[in-house]
Design a binder for this molecule. Structure first.
Ligand SMILES: *[C@@H]1O[C@H](CO)[C@@H](O)[C@H](O)[C@H]1NC(C)=O
Ligand SMILES: *[C@@H]1O[C@H](CO)[C@@H](O)[C@H](O)[C@H]1NC(C)=O
Length: 424
């Protein structure tokens, strides 16, 4: 009340009483306005949840607290898109790229034992029926953690590594840091990689750490087209520190279009076993068992859609060609690697880890890797990438080292601890 100047006193003059009434009314309307805006926000969040969470045929609880909704394939979020109202779902790609086949079921030749395949945590409890797709249910808290309902499930602008950028301010702007390998200067119709899976430590909930491939078209200005897939740890997006499978797409440099996973209409899923955004299990341990996942994204030469495959067995679905401008034709750049957000908590570099949190020099079982990186060429074959470049903003914080051998084809180790002696 102090700011109102409503003083007390035994003897009220008429003007004091008026002032008091005025003050009380002011306070009431203030708190009413606050309450109104809270309930308006709740309503907005509820509306968004109703849009995102489709009626489920069946729901499965995952040990990590997720609810996986089995949603009839024709009721998935993609079909909220006006352009997809009459879309006929394609149940298989018309073409699957061929090339040198690497044995994806072995983590490495250095550890001869065969590993159990990497799957998703929720599988321990149940499966989704045929004809449905598994969707990680969005909870109220998930949306409330975002800066706004609109921003939920979306990347901030300019989260993309720009190896050739001449403008360091641009690179530094958003605090995103990368350690990547890339190719450019050709037309690409897809990319593949087998990615070591870890659970990097995140210092602050508003930071994240991810390992992914990028399929890029257009310029790094306003019209960048990007398709992305890999694993990520993102407390803000998921509410925990678990390593999760994710995808992303945008056709305008992260401005108005695109989102993570199935959090907007775009990607059409046909697979009933793998849920976007669900936890991956198991993850690799330091000097211990190593686990990796294979991801292949390629353009169907007949329909033009971009398909995604997880492991050897799961064709997940596709991004329809009409979502994109440049990528409706082909990609002009492919990137593979890690990204973290450095929000400089306490004014110093973040200690959020990339990859395993170890530098590339440490090698297998310690540092994280991408192996068998390949691109899809104009004859739709998987090929070794030519002229691989590397890029990192601050190699003392996170680094990358490439190599090439018989078992792993083209590979690289990447990552680091973030803050350390040489990265203060
Ligand atoms: C980013 O900012 C830091 C400090 O402000 C600077 O030393 C560095 O050169 C900048 N550019 C890059 C590419 O990291
Ligand atoms: C995630 O990890 C950080 C430390 O790395 C910890 O402070 C935080 O409590 C964890 N969050 C959850 C939801 O487990």
């Amino acid at each position: 009340m102090g700011s109102c100047g409503c003083g007390g006193g035994a003897h009220f003059s008429r003007s004091r009483v008026l002032l008091l009434v005025f003050c009380l009314l002011g306070l009431i309307s203030l708190s009413c306005a606050a309450r109104l805006s809270v309930s308006r926000q709740k309503l907005e969040v509820q509306k968004h949840l109703n849009r995102l969470n489709k009626p489920a045929v069946k729901s499965i609880e995952s040990p990590d607290g997720d609810i996986i909704d089995c949603v009839h394939m024709s009721h998935q979020p993609a079909f909220d898109h006006p352009y997809l109202k009459d879309h006929k779902i394609q149940m298989r790609p018309s073409y699957h790229p061929e090339g040198r086949v690497f044995d994806d079921s072995k983590a490495s030749t250095e550890s001869k034992e065969r590993k159990n395949p990497v799957t998703q945590l929720w599988h321990v409890n149940d499966k989704c029926p045929e004809g449905t797709i598994p969707i990680r249910r969005t909870k109220e808290d998930d949306v409330l953690r975002a800066s706004s309902v609109k921003r939920y499930g979306r990347k901030k602008h300019r989260a993309i590594p720009q190896p050739r950028s001449a403008d360091p301010d641009l690179i530094n702007e958003s605090g995103h840091q990368h350690a990547i390998a890339y190719v450019e200067g050709d037309k690409y119709y897809g990319a593949k990689a087998t990615i070591n899976v870890w659970e990097p430590k995140i210092q602050q909930p508003n930071e994240f750490s991810l390992s992914q491939l990028w399929i890029l078209g257009g310029s790094f200005g306003q019209d960048l087209n990007s398709i992305e897939a890999g694993w990520q740890v993102s407390p803000d997006l998921y509410g925990d520190n678990n390593t999760r499978l994710f995808t992303y797409w945008t056709s305008d440099a992260y401005q108005a279009t695109g989102c993570y996973n199935l959090l907007c209409s775009g990607f059409i899923q046909i697979n009933s076993e793998i849920a976007m955004g669900a936890s991956i299990s198991p993850v690799s341990g330091f000097r211990n068992s190593q686990y990796d996942i294979s991801i292949l994204v390629w353009k169907d030469p007949k329909e033009g859609h971009w398909w995604m495959q997880f492991g050897n067995d799961y064709v997940l679905g596709y991004w329809p060609s009409f979502l994109f401008s440049y990528l409706a034709d082909s990609a002009s750049m492919i990137e593979w690697g890690g990204e973290v957000v450095n929000s400089e908590p306490d004014g110093r570099h973040t200690s959020t880890q990339m990859g395993s949190g170890r530098f590339p020099e440490e090698g297998f079982g310690k540092a994280s890797y991408f192996r068998n990186i390949q691109v899809v060429d104009s004859s739709n074959n998987l090929k070794a990438p030519k002229g691989i470049g590397t890029f990192t903003e601050k190699s003392n914080c996170y680094d990358v080292q490439t190599g090439n051998n018989g078992d792993w084809g083209h590979y690289f180790y990447y990552g680091g601890p973030g803050r350390n002696e040489n990265c203060p």
